[in-house]
Design a protein around this ligand. Structure first.
Ligand SMILES: Cc1ncc(C[n+]2csc(CCOP(=O)(O)OP(=O)(O)O)c2C)c(N)n1
Length: 323
């Protein structure tokens, strides 16, 4: 999965990878508005550099876990867009057999171990998965994504401690988009709140990245994961990022987001940023436009396929469940 050419990042490939997440979601928005999607949907548009930067730095055997906002994490880990679309449309060929919807992505064939919409809950679960890997003497690390809201759940702090104590091979990827639904971070944290100090005080390494910058996320992940693989213990990578849309609908404007206007968010768009870089390196804009057109066509074909898939039968109610 890694796009390193010796010591160089192939930015064109990285851009294509990010664009797949963006176009896939843009097309899914249309079907959400057409009421083809059964579950609640949290779009990941604007945060693509984090999922791709992290997942490109992982190995195929490494595992990933996510949240209520995990379309991007799943696709970046090599997930099938057809299965993602079928899952959103509630079809049996979906990644969770049409029973999970947007917020419960799971596909072990690409080591996307699961996602959980209960805020913060994926963090201890992923740490357990990573601990099991270590305990069984298996190689590989686990990366878990979670938001700034989730990072304030008590279980997350407890998990930092245990992960550091047991030197668990886990990367905590904190996507700080500065909002928890419509609560801005400044209304939620006490004066002097310092998550870096808390985590490092518990023995977890801490690094900040610009979540709008693929290169920054990628190179910092390579560094941290390198140390985790050598037994150096867990680390947090906090990525400052901007979600373009509302919390759980495809609206672009939200009245409460004063001081964080859409115009500012769009200026920081990670795709625009990377596009400028590759055009400056000599790739023709015309070529990029053609590639985007082909990608969109492929995504639309996959959506048409997903819409023709059958719904789960009644018998499916009894499969993959605990009783
Ligand atoms: C334990 C728990 N409390 C509340 C909720 C309701 N809830 C769903 S998403 C969300 C905000 C999450 O914010 P953040 O973790 O920053 O992620 P973002 O949505 O910004 O990506 C809340 C409060 C929940 N899912 N789980």
């Amino acid at each position: 999965m890694a796009y390193l050419k010796k010591d160089m990042i192939d930015f064109h490939k990285a851009y294509s990878h990010m664009l797949r997440l963006r176009v896939a979601q843009e097309e899914l928005v249309k079907h959400y508005l057409n009421k083809k999607v059964f579950s609640m949907v949290h779009f990941y548009i604007g945060q693509e550099a984090v999922a791709t930067g992290v997942c490109d730095a992982l190995k195929v055997d490494d595992q990933v876990m996510g949240t209520h906002r995990s379309h991007g994490h799943y696709l970046a880990k090599g997930g099938s867009f057809r299965m993602l679309a079928a899952e959103l449309f509630g079809r049996v060929t979906g990644s969770a057999h049409g029973k999970g919807g947007s917020m419960h992505q799971v596909d072990r064939s690409v080591n996307f171990t699961g996602s959980s919409p209960l805020l913060g809950s994926a963090v201890p679960i992923a740490t357990g998965v990573a601990f099991a890997q270590k305990y069984l003497g298996k190689p590989g690390v686990v990366a878990v994504f979670y938001g700034d809201g989730a990072s304030e759940e008590g279980v997350v702090y407890e998990t930092y401690n245990l992960a550091a104590l047991r030197k668990v091979p886990i990367l905590f990827v904190l996507e700080n988009n500065q909002w928890s639904i419509n609560s801005p971070i400044k209304n939620r944290r006490s004066q002097g709140y310092n998550l870096e100090k808390i985590a490092t005080g518990l023995g977890v390494k801490y690094e900040h990245a610009d979540g709008n910058d693929y290169e920054d996320v990628y190179t910092k992940t390579v560094k941290l994961v390198g140390s985790i693989r050598k037994g150096g213990g867990p680390a947090v990578l906090e990525c400052l990022v901007y979600r373009h849309m509302a919390h759980s609908t495809p609206l672009m404007e939200e009245k409460h987001r004063t001081g964080d206007v859409l115009e500012e968010r769009l200026k920081k768009d990670p795709l625009k940023k990377l596009k400028i870089k590759i055009v400056m390196s000599g790739v023709l804009e015309k070529k990029l436009a053609k590639e985007e057109e082909n990608l969109r066509q492929k995504i639309c074909t996959d959506i048409a396929w997903a819409l023709e898939q059958p719904y789960p039968s009644k018998e499916e109610l009894y499969t993959n469940v605990y009783n």
